[in-house]
Design a protein around this ligand. Structure first.
Ligand code: GDP
Ligand code: MG
Length: 230
Protein backbone atom coordinates (compact mmCIF):
# COMPACT_ATOMS: atom_id res chain seq x y z
CA UNK A 1 0.00 0.00 0.00
CA UNK A 2 2.77 2.42 0.96
CA UNK A 3 4.64 1.42 -2.19
CA UNK A 4 1.58 2.26 -4.32
CA UNK A 5 1.27 5.68 -2.64
CA UNK A 6 4.93 6.48 -3.27
CA UNK A 7 4.65 5.47 -6.94
CA UNK A 8 1.53 7.62 -7.35
CA UNK A 9 3.29 10.60 -5.77
CA UNK A 10 6.30 10.17 -8.03
CA UNK A 11 4.06 9.98 -11.12
CA UNK A 12 1.99 13.00 -10.02
CA UNK A 13 5.13 15.05 -9.51
CA UNK A 14 6.44 13.90 -12.90
CA UNK A 15 3.14 14.90 -14.54
CA UNK A 16 3.44 18.41 -13.10
CA UNK A 17 6.99 18.78 -14.45
CA UNK A 18 5.88 17.36 -17.81
CA UNK A 19 3.03 19.87 -18.03
CA UNK A 20 5.51 22.73 -17.60
CA UNK A 21 7.73 21.26 -20.34
CA UNK A 22 4.74 20.77 -22.65
CA UNK A 23 3.69 24.41 -22.24
CA UNK A 24 7.23 25.56 -23.13
CA UNK A 25 7.35 23.28 -26.20
CA UNK A 26 3.91 24.54 -27.26
CA UNK A 27 5.01 28.16 -26.95
CA UNK A 28 8.10 27.44 -29.05
CA UNK A 29 6.19 25.35 -31.60
CA UNK A 30 8.62 22.44 -31.10
CA UNK A 31 7.31 18.98 -31.97
CA UNK A 32 8.61 16.52 -29.37
CA UNK A 33 8.84 12.80 -30.07
CA UNK A 34 9.60 10.25 -27.30
CA UNK A 35 11.13 7.05 -28.76
CA UNK A 36 10.82 3.84 -26.75
CA UNK A 37 12.00 0.30 -27.50
CA UNK A 38 14.21 -2.55 -26.35
CA UNK A 39 17.97 -1.96 -26.57
CA UNK A 40 19.20 -2.52 -30.11
CA UNK A 41 15.86 -2.15 -31.93
CA UNK A 42 17.28 0.65 -34.02
CA UNK A 43 16.26 3.93 -32.33
CA UNK A 44 19.55 5.73 -32.85
CA UNK A 45 19.97 4.36 -36.38
CA UNK A 46 16.47 5.60 -37.31
CA UNK A 47 17.37 9.01 -35.90
CA UNK A 48 20.65 9.05 -37.86
CA UNK A 49 18.75 8.37 -41.10
CA UNK A 50 16.07 10.93 -40.13
CA UNK A 51 18.74 13.56 -39.47
CA UNK A 52 20.36 12.86 -42.84
CA UNK A 53 17.02 13.28 -44.63
CA UNK A 54 15.57 16.29 -42.80
CA UNK A 55 18.39 18.38 -41.34
CA UNK A 56 18.69 20.61 -44.42
CA UNK A 57 15.04 21.66 -44.20
CA UNK A 58 14.22 21.44 -40.46
CA UNK A 59 15.93 22.34 -37.19
CA UNK A 60 16.35 19.00 -35.43
CA UNK A 61 17.87 18.02 -32.10
CA UNK A 62 18.00 15.06 -29.75
CA UNK A 63 18.22 14.08 -26.11
CA UNK A 64 19.66 10.61 -25.62
CA UNK A 65 18.79 8.64 -22.48
CA UNK A 66 21.12 5.87 -21.36
CA UNK A 67 22.57 4.27 -18.25
CA UNK A 68 26.15 4.75 -19.42
CA UNK A 69 28.27 6.31 -22.22
CA UNK A 70 27.87 9.30 -24.53
CA UNK A 71 27.82 7.07 -27.59
CA UNK A 72 24.34 7.81 -28.95
CA UNK A 73 24.66 11.60 -28.56
CA UNK A 74 28.03 11.39 -30.33
CA UNK A 75 26.46 9.38 -33.17
CA UNK A 76 23.84 12.06 -33.74
CA UNK A 77 26.29 14.95 -33.46
CA UNK A 78 28.32 13.20 -36.15
CA UNK A 79 25.18 13.37 -38.31
CA UNK A 80 25.22 17.15 -37.89
CA UNK A 81 22.43 17.74 -35.37
CA UNK A 82 22.75 19.00 -31.77
CA UNK A 83 22.38 16.18 -29.25
CA UNK A 84 22.82 15.91 -25.50
CA UNK A 85 23.29 12.70 -23.56
CA UNK A 86 21.29 12.20 -20.37
CA UNK A 87 22.78 9.58 -18.06
CA UNK A 88 20.10 8.39 -15.66
CA UNK A 89 22.37 7.08 -12.91
CA UNK A 90 21.00 3.57 -13.31
CA UNK A 91 17.31 4.41 -13.66
CA UNK A 92 15.48 2.47 -16.41
CA UNK A 93 13.64 5.51 -17.82
CA UNK A 94 13.87 9.26 -18.37
CA UNK A 95 11.64 11.57 -16.38
CA UNK A 96 10.48 15.12 -16.99
CA UNK A 97 12.94 16.65 -14.49
CA UNK A 98 15.92 14.98 -16.18
CA UNK A 99 14.71 16.36 -19.51
CA UNK A 100 14.24 19.83 -18.05
CA UNK A 101 17.74 19.77 -16.53
CA UNK A 102 19.29 18.68 -19.83
CA UNK A 103 17.47 21.46 -21.70
CA UNK A 104 18.64 24.03 -19.12
CA UNK A 105 22.24 22.81 -19.47
CA UNK A 106 22.04 23.54 -23.21
CA UNK A 107 20.71 27.06 -22.57
CA UNK A 108 17.26 25.90 -23.79
CA UNK A 109 18.58 25.77 -27.38
CA UNK A 110 17.13 22.27 -27.78
CA UNK A 111 13.74 23.47 -26.52
CA UNK A 112 13.07 25.69 -29.56
CA UNK A 113 13.55 23.61 -32.66
CA UNK A 114 11.24 22.20 -35.29
CA UNK A 115 11.56 18.65 -33.93
CA UNK A 116 13.17 17.45 -30.70
CA UNK A 117 13.65 13.68 -30.51
CA UNK A 118 13.98 12.10 -27.06
CA UNK A 119 15.48 8.60 -27.21
CA UNK A 120 14.45 6.89 -23.99
CA UNK A 121 16.44 4.31 -22.04
CA UNK A 122 16.14 0.95 -23.84
CA UNK A 123 13.26 -1.15 -22.52
CA UNK A 124 9.53 -1.51 -23.12
CA UNK A 125 8.37 -1.14 -19.52
CA UNK A 126 9.49 1.74 -17.28
CA UNK A 127 9.52 4.54 -19.92
CA UNK A 128 5.83 3.87 -20.62
CA UNK A 129 4.58 5.56 -17.43
CA UNK A 130 6.66 8.76 -17.59
CA UNK A 131 5.30 11.72 -19.54
CA UNK A 132 8.18 13.88 -20.82
CA UNK A 133 5.98 16.66 -22.21
CA UNK A 134 6.16 15.01 -25.63
CA UNK A 135 3.58 15.33 -28.42
CA UNK A 136 3.56 11.58 -28.87
CA UNK A 137 5.38 8.38 -28.08
CA UNK A 138 6.84 6.12 -30.75
CA UNK A 139 7.45 2.46 -29.98
CA UNK A 140 9.91 0.53 -32.14
CA UNK A 141 9.88 -3.24 -32.60
CA UNK A 142 12.56 -4.89 -34.71
CA UNK A 143 11.75 -8.03 -36.65
CA UNK A 144 14.37 -9.97 -34.69
CA UNK A 145 12.47 -9.49 -31.40
CA UNK A 146 9.54 -11.80 -32.16
CA UNK A 147 5.95 -11.09 -33.19
CA UNK A 148 4.51 -11.75 -29.72
CA UNK A 149 5.81 -8.52 -28.19
CA UNK A 150 2.80 -6.16 -28.60
CA UNK A 151 0.56 -8.49 -26.58
CA UNK A 152 3.36 -9.14 -24.04
CA UNK A 153 3.95 -5.40 -23.50
CA UNK A 154 0.47 -4.01 -24.15
CA UNK A 155 0.86 -0.76 -22.20
CA UNK A 156 3.43 0.82 -24.49
CA UNK A 157 1.82 -0.47 -27.69
CA UNK A 158 -1.51 0.99 -26.51
CA UNK A 159 -0.04 4.35 -25.55
CA UNK A 160 2.31 5.01 -28.46
CA UNK A 161 0.64 6.99 -31.24
CA UNK A 162 3.09 5.43 -33.68
CA UNK A 163 4.55 1.91 -33.91
CA UNK A 164 7.62 1.48 -36.10
CA UNK A 165 8.53 -2.05 -37.16
CA UNK A 166 12.26 -1.85 -37.87
CA UNK A 167 14.91 -3.89 -39.71
CA UNK A 168 12.46 -5.12 -42.35
CA UNK A 169 15.47 -5.97 -44.54
CA UNK A 170 15.93 -8.97 -42.21
CA UNK A 171 12.44 -10.40 -42.83
CA UNK A 172 13.71 -13.01 -45.31
CA UNK A 173 16.05 -14.41 -42.65
CA UNK A 174 13.98 -14.51 -39.45
CA UNK A 175 10.59 -15.99 -38.64
CA UNK A 176 8.44 -12.92 -37.93
CA UNK A 177 4.72 -12.82 -38.58
CA UNK A 178 4.23 -9.23 -39.76
CA UNK A 179 0.44 -9.53 -40.33
CA UNK A 180 0.10 -10.81 -36.73
CA UNK A 181 1.96 -7.74 -35.43
CA UNK A 182 -0.23 -5.43 -37.50
CA UNK A 183 -3.31 -7.12 -36.03
CA UNK A 184 -2.06 -6.94 -32.42
CA UNK A 185 -1.21 -3.25 -32.75
CA UNK A 186 -4.57 -2.54 -34.38
CA UNK A 187 -6.45 -4.24 -31.56
CA UNK A 188 -4.41 -2.55 -28.80
CA UNK A 189 -4.45 0.86 -30.43
CA UNK A 190 -7.09 1.29 -33.14
CA UNK A 191 -6.24 4.96 -33.71
CA UNK A 192 -2.48 4.37 -33.79
CA UNK A 193 -0.29 4.54 -36.88
CA UNK A 194 2.10 1.80 -37.96
CA UNK A 195 5.08 2.17 -40.26
CA UNK A 196 7.52 -0.50 -41.40
CA UNK A 197 11.06 0.58 -42.16
CA UNK A 198 14.54 -0.57 -42.90
CA UNK A 199 17.03 2.11 -41.94
CA UNK A 200 19.59 0.01 -43.77
CA UNK A 201 17.94 -0.08 -47.23
CA UNK A 202 15.77 3.03 -46.78
CA UNK A 203 12.56 1.05 -47.43
CA UNK A 204 9.60 2.68 -45.69
CA UNK A 205 11.59 5.76 -44.68
CA UNK A 206 9.34 8.01 -46.79
CA UNK A 207 6.31 6.95 -44.74
CA UNK A 208 8.17 7.70 -41.47
CA UNK A 209 9.47 11.07 -42.67
CA UNK A 210 6.03 11.94 -44.09
CA UNK A 211 4.41 11.13 -40.75
CA UNK A 212 6.84 13.45 -38.93
CA UNK A 213 6.27 16.35 -41.30
CA UNK A 214 2.51 15.79 -41.10
CA UNK A 215 2.60 15.88 -37.26
CA UNK A 216 4.77 19.01 -37.38
CA UNK A 217 2.32 20.73 -39.72
CA UNK A 218 -0.58 19.78 -37.42
CA UNK A 219 1.28 21.19 -34.43
CA UNK A 220 2.13 24.43 -36.23
CA UNK A 221 -1.51 24.88 -37.18
CA UNK A 222 -2.63 24.75 -33.53
CA UNK A 223 0.16 26.39 -31.49
CA UNK A 224 0.61 30.11 -30.79
CA UNK A 225 4.13 29.97 -32.28
CA UNK A 226 2.73 28.36 -35.42
CA UNK A 227 -0.03 30.92 -35.68
CA UNK A 228 2.46 33.76 -35.15
CA UNK A 229 4.83 32.49 -37.85
CA UNK A 230 2.06 31.58 -40.31
N1 GDP B 1 19.80 -5.10 -40.59
C1 GDP B 1 19.50 -3.95 -39.97
N2 GDP B 1 20.18 -3.58 -38.87
C2 GDP B 1 19.85 -2.41 -38.29
C3 GDP B 1 18.83 -1.57 -38.79
N3 GDP B 1 18.71 -0.50 -37.97
C4 GDP B 1 19.62 -0.67 -36.99
N4 GDP B 1 20.33 -1.81 -37.19
C5 GDP B 1 21.42 -2.34 -36.35
O1 GDP B 1 20.91 -2.67 -35.07
C6 GDP B 1 21.89 -2.41 -34.06
C7 GDP B 1 21.30 -1.54 -32.98
O2 GDP B 1 20.93 -0.29 -33.53
P1 GDP B 1 20.79 1.03 -32.65
O3 GDP B 1 20.29 2.09 -33.57
O4 GDP B 1 22.05 1.31 -31.89
O5 GDP B 1 19.64 0.60 -31.63
P2 GDP B 1 19.09 1.32 -30.29
O6 GDP B 1 19.76 0.65 -29.14
O7 GDP B 1 17.60 1.07 -30.29
O8 GDP B 1 19.42 2.78 -30.41
C8 GDP B 1 23.08 -1.77 -34.77
O9 GDP B 1 24.04 -2.78 -35.01
C9 GDP B 1 22.47 -1.28 -36.08
O10 GDP B 1 23.42 -1.22 -37.13
C10 GDP B 1 18.15 -1.97 -39.99
O11 GDP B 1 17.24 -1.31 -40.51
N5 GDP B 1 18.52 -3.17 -40.53
MG1 MG C 1 20.39 4.05 -29.07
Amino acid sequence: MIEVDVKQKVLASNSAAAATLRAAFEAAGTLVVNLISSPGSGKTTLLERTAAALKASLRLGALEGDIATERDAERLRRMGIPARQILTGGSCHLDARLVDRALAAEGRALASLDILFIENVGNLICPTSYDLGEDFKVVLLSVTEGEDKPFKYPAIFSKAAVTVVTKTDLLPYVPFDLPAVREQVRSLNPAGRLVEVSAMTGAGMDAWLGLLTEKLAEKRARTPAGVASA
